[in-house]
Ligand binder design. Structure first.
Ligand code: CTP
Ligand code: MG
Length: 170
């Protein structure tokens, strides 16, 4: 595949992933207060998930991602994009939560960086969700999109930090 072909393939797959990106980014803007783990600790003495994973963030993310999917579905005239977007958004946020669970088990505190994991937890979960829904994903394209996502994250997080939405630039 040439470069133009690769870019086209990634763009064609983006309609499935876009709701997940929005879902993953939305909680940063809304910033919730009610921790999903209810402040509870795991058997290792560390927080189950930490204060960075809230119910408000989870709900805002699912709503924002699914709204994005609704708009995409209307624009492209593809009804199935709505349900797929809901699944992608929910998967993305569950992946993000799983990422925090893993970080806490590794002894990494809330908000401290875990390179790769921080950027790709939601992406991997989204891919699994889309795959389970029967979306025909090409491994090459998913891998390419993962690389784009790694780079994108640095940019968007830095922007969010500059805008005062995030305390740290990662
Ligand atoms: N957020 C939220 N609820 C979620 C996910 C995210 O409220 N379900 C908000 C929190 O304010 C969080 C911010 O979005 O601080 C950024 O998300 P993220 O980087 O995933 O959380 P961290 O604070 O870095 O925590 P962790 O170390 O657990 O990843
Ligand atoms: Mg983080």
């Amino acid at each position: 595949m040439d470069l133009v072909g690769a870019v086209k393939a990634i763009l064609a797959t983006l309609k499935y992933y876009l709701p997940a990106y929005v879902a993953n980014g939305a909680p940063v803007v809304f910033k919730g207060k009610t921790p999903i783990d209810g402040g509870r600790y795991f058997i290792d003495g560390r927080r189950l998930l930490g204060d960075g994973k809230t119910w408000e963030g989870l709900i805002a993310g699912i709503l924002a991602g699914t709204s994005t999917a609704a708009i995409l579905s209307l624009i492209l005239g593809e009804a199935n994009l709505l349900i797929l977007g809901f699944v992608a958004s929910t998967s993305a946020l569950l992946g993000d939560i799983a990422g925090s669970f893993i970080k806490r088990r590794m002894g990494i505190e809330r908000g401290k960086p875990a390179p790769i994991l921080d950027q790709l937890d939601f992406f991997v979960a989204t891919t699994v969700g889309l795959y389970l829904m029967g979306v025909d994903l090409s491994l090459d394209v998913v891998f390419g999109l993962a690389l784009v996502t790694l780079g994108l994250h640095k940019t968007t997080n830095y922007l969010a930090y500059k805008l005062g939405l995030k305390e740290v630039p990662w």
